[in-house]
Design a protein around this ligand. Structure first.
Ligand code: IMP
Ligand code: MG
Length: 190
């Protein structure tokens, strides 16, 4: 698997250090607020697990899942909830946790959905920010890293459901992406 990676963009150590810093910030900002961390499966799995352990105040966690949707649907900002939250949000201090934000369409849709449930506050924490394709301006209260407009894998981010378990963020070898494009025309990574 490592042989498929052309270049490491952010090392595991850098990620761990930054996640610990964000955890400290959240712990300072949310004292006595019992924040609820909400994540979208599955990409956020690793970030959520490490972030939770870097927070040293009482905190709870819940997840939503969005169903597989086409690039066309995503471009129109259409997202289907495959699994909803179990926790009522009314009156809660909610932090929405995302692994990566690109156009912002997915996040925008989900934030609208959560805001309608009237939380006491709703902020966004994203680990990897790709600002170049942003279509919707979303204030990011906590941000890990800015990434260039390149397709990356690892630390939860997948390519065809693979490579999530790499502990770093890396670029895939052109050979891997090419094999895919040849097998399945036109459905390469964005
Ligand atoms: P957007 O912000 O609505 O464009 O969508 C962001 C989603 O696209 C993320 O939740 C990821 O699933 C996916 N994504 C964006 N960039 C990457 C990447 O570099 N690697 C893997 N998945 C990505
Ligand atoms: Mg995601």
């Amino acid at each position: 698997m490592q042989a498929d990676v052309r270049e490491i963009v952010i090392s595991s150590e850098e990620i761990q250090r930054r996640v610990r810093e964000i955890g400290k910030q959240i712990s300072n900002d949310y004292v006595y607020k019992n924040p609820l961390l909400v994540g979208v499966l599955k990409g956020v799995l690793f970030f959520m697990a490490d972030l939770l352990r870097a927070i040293d105040i009482p905190v709870t966690v819940d997840f939503i899942a969005v169903s597989n949707y086409s690039a066309e649907a995503r471009n129109q900002g259409i997202v289907h909830l495959a699994k909803d939250l179990e926790t009522p949000l009314a009156g809660r201090h909610v932090i929405f946790i995302e692994d990566v934000i690109d156009t912002g369409l997915t996040l925008n849709y989900l934030l609208r959905n959560l805001r309608a449930r009237q939380p006491a506050s709703l902020e966004v924490c994203v680990l990897f920010n790709k600002p170049e394709h942003r279509l919707i301006n979303i204030p990011l209260k906590y941000k890990g890293f800015d990434l260039p407009d390149r397709f990356v894998v690892g630390y939860g981010l997948d390519y065809q459901e693979k490579y999530r378990n790499l502990p770093y963020i890396g670029l895939l070898d052109a050979r891997v992406l090419k094999e895919h494009t040849e097998n399945e025309k036109g459905r390469g990574p964005k």
